[in-house]
Design a protein around this ligand. Structure first.
Ligand code: S3P
Length: 430
């Protein structure tokens, strides 16, 4: 079935995007590891985060209020050393697939098999298996690198690990393993990646600190999560802020959005391209800076830019939107050193360049990124989401901003992170 996104009038109005997916996964996992009952305010109601709730229930945690209506859910944890042996279905959730083994690996006597959907089965897990084995873990996976992933709990010892590529998922996995490992575990990143785990673990009483440029964690017997509040997801807000930038006459305000600087690289890139976006931190939500973003249609022509290095992990999930904005710019935009995009819910170097090309963009996929020749706009056409939520939402926004509109196959994928995306988008169209 195709979903049609006609060229639209301006996007105008205000909304709070749904809660942060990354932070919701972490809240559920850390509450499961904690003692007693925790409350999570604003847990994301989406397919991916429900996979995490189902996983922690399979491990013995009790979850109440997750019917999509309650403003908060309550999770009775099993404690740091309490997870029951069980098969775990991670669905489409890469974050769950990468983080959970960190907790399980250090539980002698336990055995778990993690598996998920077709897309999960293509997502590499050697990046966590290899350092966990160095800590003493017993892990096997298909063809040495793919799910299903089998974890047999074993005593762990802390290590110092230098990540070959910046990855918050791998870093977080090793920090969770470090909680159960003898001594200290240190993780060094080539560039900073999102630091939600560090913030939430510290708030729950773990000994997390920065030492010589590394994140260090020591073994801990207990965590207390208490109450965790979750801001709106910058990555979901990003679709509207880019839509507003590209559609003449737009003026959109996004409220309650997480503005952690390890997530907002898109703003820096768009500003360099000539956008004027106001992001105002108004306070703290669950240990994360949060506030309002106002995005208006561009008044001057956007200019092409180059994105590489330190900016890549800070904008990793928004690089598809950088490519979309680049189609509307003047000159060439290069995204490089971003081979990580190939290991997301789809191979996003391939799926983004195919989608934007189908809409009339001039996009060339490279080994580690894309080169986009801006032509000032997009014609429109038919796009397949390839089951990837961010490609579906990218195509929808591109359709509204295009001259002829877009037909999107597989729009239902949006439910992985944003089940009410289409209704929210509709509410902004004037
Ligand atoms: C995530 C980290 C990023 C990101 C993913 C969620 C997280 O992946 O792409 O959508 O929640 O830690 P990597 O850290 O593997 O790059």
């Amino acid at each position: 079935m195709l979903s049609r996104f006609e060229p639209a009038g301006p996007l105008r109005g205000a909304l709070r995007p749904p809660s942060d997916k990354s932070i919701s996964h972490r809240a559920a996992l850390i509450a499961a590891m904690a003692e007693g009952e925790s409350a999570v305010e604003g847990f994301l109601d989406s397919a991916d985060t429900h996979s995490t709730l189902a996983a922690i229930e399979a491990l013995g945690a009790r979850v109440e209020g997750a019917d999509g209506v309650a403003a908060e859910i309550r999770i009775a944890g099993v404690g740091m050393r309490g997870p029951a042996s069980a098969p775990v279905d991670v669905g489409n959730a890469g974050t769950l697939l990468r983080l959970l083994p960190g907790w399980l690996a250090g539980q002698p006597g336990g055995i778990w098999e993690l598996d998920g959907d077709e897309s999960i089965r293509r997502r590499p897990v050697d990046r966590i298996a290899e350092p966990l084995r160095r800590m003493g873990a017993s892990i096997s996976c298909r063809e040495g690198r793919l799910p299903p992933l089998r974890v047999e709990g074993a005593p762990l010892t802390g290590i110092t690990y230098e990540l070959p590529v910046a990855s918050a998922q791998v870093k977080s996995c090793l920090l969770l393993a470090g909680l159960l490992a003898a001594g200290e575990t240190r993780v060094l990143e080539p560039q900073p990646s999102r630091d939600h785990s560090e913030r939430m673990l510290a708030a729950a009483g773990a000994e997390v600190r920065r030492v010589d440029g590394a994140v260090a964690i020591s073994a801990s017997d207990r965590l207390e999560a208490g109450r965790i509040a979750i801001p709106a997801d910058f990555s979901s807000a990003a679709f509207f802020l880019v839509g507003a930038l590209l559609i003449p006459g737009s003026d959109v305000t996004l409220t309650g959005v997480g503005l952690n600087p390890t997530r907002t690289g898109l703003l820096t890139v768009l500003e360099r391209m000539g956008a004027e976006i106001e992001a105002t931190v108004e306070g703290d939500r669950g240990g994360e800076p949060a506030g309002t973003i106002r995005s208006r249609a561009r008044v001057s022509q956007l200019q092409g830019t180059e994105v590489r290095g330190v900016e890549v992990p800070l904008a990793i999930d928004e690089l598809p939107l950088v490519a979309l904005a680049a189609c509307f710019a003047e000159g060439t935009t290069t995204i490089a050193e971003a081979a990580e995009l190939r290991g997301k819910e789809s191979d996003r170097i391939a799926t983004v360049s195919t989608a934007l090309t189908a809409l009339g963009g001039r996009v060339e996929a490279t080994e580690d990124g894309m080169a986009i020749e801006g032509t000032g706009g997009l014609r429109g056409g038919v796009v397949d989401s390839h089951g990837d939520h961010r490609i579906a939402m990218l195509a929808a926004v591109a359709g509204l901003a295009s001259r002829q509109g877009a037909d999107v196959a597989g729009m239902d994928a949006a439910a992985v992170s944003y089940p009410t995306f289409e209704a929210d988008l509709d509410s902004l169209i004037r």
